[in-house]
Design a protein around this ligand. Structure first.
Ligand SMILES: [Zn+2]
Length: 406
């Protein structure tokens, strides 16, 4: 048993003082240090520095590890030139990305306090790394394929990858499903994959309305996607419409990624059907996709998580850097309240969305923690979330299932 006695603990969406936590693999008790030492006299007491804040381990819901080799190759600023540069450099980037590089990025995530992440896997290349990293992984096997003549083959490949990932569910990997996007997945195989998710109760996620180009293509088969589809797929027409795609998910709460270009009506529909959103502020900025109206999500009570996306559209997988970028991007509303919502977006919210037994400091939850040390005493309890986001580049310690990893 271990007891940790930080200056502040993030519990139930706010910060409390004069509390300590006793844990082994799970959280056993939350009480004053005196009571815990009396009840667990054999426990080791973990030393913390002054101005320490204990958080549940952070959860990054959306990352593409397979693109970890990109640093300065891809073209940023606008979606289509970026996509063209991905296609042009894909083989070289995938070839340069080995297990060592992906493991290093898992470590980098952990240094920012990430104890669980959602890996979007196009080819299954990062599965071995995901079984070896100390972090817990929701392994989203991605389905892609819009051309009717080859979708069956691609669907077969997707099922094989999904089956492979199921073999490692006792090694910290949760098998799950990712739908690439409305424009790249044919409705026939989309329905099949959704049925698999429903019958096997698997987590499901989908990129949705990321760019203006995507919206225009889905709405009236025009815009920047038209020459792209003509060139690569000899296709002049989108395989689906926005509403048709959205309605496919009616009976299964889904974590939609980006959603920057959704209109108010579509956001209301997401709220009504119990869906949630992954928000990637730096990726959206770098690909010129616009600003997600986060204030509308808050108003409509749509649960959202903040995620890094992959290094194909970001300069790091540091979740605290992501929150800092988010704070600068979203200039409306109260700063301290937004900072608190952002902390929830990488702890309790993703845990609720994916039914994880973590993301909260509560008796019975997994002992996953990120310990942050502030540079000086915060002026109020209400400001701790904001000061954490502003001042933390790396966390001081990380525990996963009670084991100290940093
Ligand atoms: Zn993505």
């Amino acid at each position: 048993m271990t007891i940790i006695n930080p200056n502040y603990i993030y519990i139930n969406g706010k910060f409390q003082e004069n509390l300590a936590v006793a844990f082994d693999k799970k959280i056993k008790a939350i009480d004053t240090i005196e009571n815990l030492q009396k009840n667990y006299p054999q426990a080791t007491v973990e030393e913390t520095k002054e101005n320490s804040v204990l958080y549940p381990g952070f959860i990054n819901t959306h990352v593409h590890l397979e693109f970890s080799a990109n640093k300065t190759t891809l073209q940023y600023g606008s979606f289509m030139p970026w996509l063209d540069s991905v296609i042009k450099n894909r083989e070289e980037l995938m070839g340069a990305c080995d297990n060592e590089m992906m493991m290093q990025e898992c470590q980098n995530m952990m240094k920012s306090g990430i104890t669980t992440f959602g890996a979007i896997s196009s080819f299954g290349l990062e599965l071995e790394v995901c079984t070896k990293t100390p972090q817990k992984v929701i392994f989203f096997n991605e389905l892609i394929g819009s051309n009717p003549s080859i979708v069956d083959m691609l669907y077969g490949d997707f099922l094989e990858r999904l089956d492979e990932s199921k073999k490692y569910s006792n090694q910290g990997v949760t098998p799950a499903i990712a739908i690439h996007s409305p424009y790249s997945v044919h409705p026939i195989v989309l329905k099949r994959a959704i049925n698999v998710a429903k019958t096997e109760n698997l987590p499901i996620t989908a990129h949705f309305l990321e760019s203006q180009a995507e919206r225009q293509w889905l709405e009236d088969d025009s815009g920047e996607f038209l020459p792209f589809f003509q060139k690569f797929f000899n296709s002049f027409k989108s395989v689906t419409k926005i509403n048709e795609f959205l309605e496919s998910f009616d009976d299964i709460p889904t974590h939609f990624v980006h959603v920057v270009q959704a209109n108010n009506e579509e956001l209301q529909y997401l709220a009504k059907k119990g869906h949630s959103i992954a928000h990637c502020p730096r990726s959206n900025r770098l690909l010129g996709c616009g600003r997600l109206p986060i204030e509308t999500l808050i108003e409509l009570n749509i649960p959202f998580t903040i995620a890094t996306d992959g290094l194909s559209s970001n300069n790091s997988l540091n979740i605290l850097e992501e929150l800092r970028a988010g704070l600068m991007l979203h200039h409306l509303g109260s700063l301290e309240k937004l900072a608190l919502l952002f902390i929830a977006s990488i702890t309790s919210k993703p845990a609720e969305v994916f039914a994880l037994n973590s993301g909260k400091i509560e008796v019975g939850k997994d002992a996953d923690f990120a310990l942050v040390t502030l540079p000086a005493k915060p002026s109020s309890l209400e400001s701790i979330a904001l000061q954490t986001i502003l001042h933390t580049k790396e966390v001081s310690n990380v525990w996963i299932n009670g084991k100290k990893e940093i």
